[in-house]
Design a protein around this ligand. Structure first.
Ligand code: 13P
Length: 253
């Protein structure tokens, strides 16, 4: 049976408190205007950390069926970790999810799968659902290494105790992020099948863990990408910054 899709927005480092609240309200209004969407999809937005409380407040006030998540968390509960944000802090701010191991963190901040795994373990301990990102660089795909790279990231990043209730996988080929060049449906189908098989080896309730696709998802390619077998939703960057596009992606599905 097909899983309910998760339509997740990663707002990255964009916006102000005011614009974040407006965006959340616009998404909430659009969801209220199309109640049937909520039967088919779950919705999540991941604002910059400082905007989480305002977004949480706006969503709660509206009663919108919209979950809120962080974009990263530390592997520690508290202490001398300047600039970091702990999982219990996200929880306290009203988050239910956290994105971990996004390629921008793996590349720009040098995060390893071992660190992602430690963060995920910690996030699970605090009751957050983790969205663990995997995906190959273009050079790795060209070298025929895409499947090996993703297998390594999956094996290294999922902590013990990961299951369908606390973990979502996001496959984001790095060369498709923010480039307007999404992976082809054939590539997505092959990789999602591969990830599904890897999860099957690793997990008891493998069939139910969601696997999202991310990388230049827009309203006009959403139907082709999100109806592929084993694609259980999308992790959306640029197009999640406009309520119309974000909801348009869900409508296309
Ligand atoms: P774009 O949708 O802008 O390509 O970003 C994808 C992404 O990185 C989501 O995490």
């Amino acid at each position: 049976m097909a899983l309910k899709k998760l339509i997740a927005g990663n707002w990255k480092m964009n916006g102000t408190t005011q614009s974040a609240m407006s965006l959340a309200q616009d998404i909430g209004d659009a969801l209220a205007g199309s109640p049937a969407l909520g039967d088919r999809c779950d919705f999540l937005v991941c604002p910059p950390a400082v905007h989480i409380p305002a977004v949480r407040q706006a969503v709660t006030k509206q009663g919108a069926p919209l979950a809120v998540g962080g974009q990263d968390c530390a592997a520690f509960e508290k202490g001398a970790y300047t600039g970091d944000i702990a999982a219990p802090m996200l929880k306290d701010a009203g988050c239910d999810y956290v994105i971990l191991g996004h390629s921008e963190r793996r590349t720009i901040h040098g995060e390893t799968s071992a660190l992602v795994q430690a963060k995920a373990k910690h996030a699970h301990d605090w009751g957050l659902v983790t969205i663990i990102c995997v995906g190959e660089q273009e050079s790795e795909r060209d070298a025929g290494e895409a499947f090996n790279v993703v297998a390594g990231q999956l094996a290294g990043s999922l902590p013990a105790g990961a299951d369908a209730s606390n973990t979502v996988i996001a496959y984001e080929p790095v060369w498709a992020i923010g480039t307007g060049k999404s992976a082809t449906p054939q590539d997505v189908e092959a990789m999602h099948r591969f990830i599904w098989e890897k999860l099957q080896e690793k997990l008891e309730d493998f069939g139910k863990m969601r696997i999202l696709y991310g990388g230049s998802v827009k309203p006009d390619n959403a139907a082709a990408l999100l109806t592929i077998e084993n694609v259980d939703g999308a992790l959306i960057g640029g197009a999640s910054l406009k309520a119309g596009d974000f909801i348009g992606i869900a409508k296309a599905v």
